[in-house]
Design a binder for this molecule. Structure first.
Ligand code: SAM
Length: 230
C-alpha cells in the first residue's frame, strides 16, 4: 500500500484539528499490529491509546511493540458487547484503517452507532478503507486492476511478502505459530468477505448513526478515508 503513510497522516492531522489537549484519548479500532497507534504516539507522545482487535497473533505483535504505551485489548467487533472492557467512554477520536470491510452491512451500521456513543461531543471518527467513488465505477475498476498487477509484480520480484506468504512464515515462528493456528480457527476463511461499499454508503450510515458531520477526508485511487464528528 504505497500511500498508506499519507492516509494515516491525514487521519492524525484531523485528530490534531479537533483536540485541545496533549493527551487525547484515542481508540485504534481493529488495530492489528498497532501501526496506527505507533504513529499516533509519535505525533502525541502523551496520548492515552486503546487498541482493540480479535486476532491473537496480531495482538501479540501489538503488545510486543507497544509495551505499556497503550492498552491492548481483545474484542470482537461483530458483537455489540465489544465496548465492555474499554477504559473510556469519551474518546477524542476513534481511528481505523483497512479493517471494517470484515463486517457485514447490518453490523457495520450498528457499529457506527456504538462508535458515536463512545466519542465525546465534537469527537472524531475516521475510517480509511477501500471505498470507491460512486461516480467513477469504470475508472475504479481499472485503478484496482492496475494496483493488483503492481502488487503481484512486487511479490513475484521478492520486493515484498504477499499477505498469504507473510501468514505462512508467521505460522512457522515458534512464538507466533500457535497464535496463528488460533487465528485460523477464529477466521476460518483466512480473509475478509471483501465487502467494499462506496463512500456514499458510509456517509449515509454515519449520518443515520447520529454523527453531525460526515465527509471524505482523503482519497487515493479506489481507497478513501471518511471522517465524521459527533
Ligand atoms: C488488514 S488488518 C488492519 C490492521 C490495522 N488497522 C492496520 O491498518 O494496520 C484488519 C484487522 O481487522 C481485524 N478484525 C477483523 N474482524 C474483526 C472483528 N470482528 N473484531 C475485531 N477485529 C477484527 C483483524 O484481526 C485485523 O487486525
Amino acid at each position: 500500500m504505497p500511500d498508506r503513510e499519507e492516509r494515516l497522516a491525514a487521519m492524525l492531522d484531523a485528530v490534531e484539528a479537533v483536540v485541545d489537549t496533549d493527551s487525547p484519548r484515542l481508540l485504534d479500532l481493529a488495530g492489528g499490529t498497532g501501526t496506527i497507534t505507533l504513529r499516533a504516539l509519535a505525533r502525541f507522545p502523551r496520548a492515552r491509546v486503546t487498541l482493540v482487535d480479535l486476532d491473537p497473533a496480531l495482538l501479540a505483535l501489538a503488545r510486543a511493540s507497544l509495551g505499556d504505551r497503550a492498552v491492548v485489548l481483545t474484542a470482537d467487533l461483530a458483537r455489540p458487547d465489544w465496548p465492555g472492557r474499554l477504559p473510556h467512554r469519551d474518546y477524542d477520536a476513534v481511528l481505523t484503517a483497512t479493517a471494517l470491510h470484515w463486517l457485514p452491512a447490518e453490523r457495520l451500521t450498528e457499529l457506527y452507532g456504538e462508535l458515536r456513543d463512545l466519542l465525546r461531543p465534537g469527537g472524531l471518527f475516521v475510517n480509511a478503507d477501500r471505498m470507491p467513488d460512486d461516480a467513477l465505477p469504470t475508472l475504479t475498476d481499472r485503478l484496482t486492476a492496475r494496483a493488483r498487477e503492481r502488487r503481484a509484480a512486487r511479490h513475484a520480484a521478492g520486493a515484498a511478502l504477499s499477505w498469504s506468504d507473510w501468514w505462512a512464515r508467521a505460522g512457522t515462528d515458534p512464538v507466533l505459530g500457535p497464535l496463528v493456528r488460533r487465528r485460523h480457527e477464529i477466521y476460518p476463511t483466512g480473509h475478509s468477505p471483501e465487502w467494499n461499499p462506496p463512500v456514499s454508503w458510509h456517509l449515509g450510515a454515519l449520518t443515520a448513526a447520529g454523527f453531525t458531520e460526515a465527509g471524505t477526508l482523503w482519497r487515493g485511487g479506489a481507497d478513501a478515508a471518511v471522517a465524521a464528528l459527533r
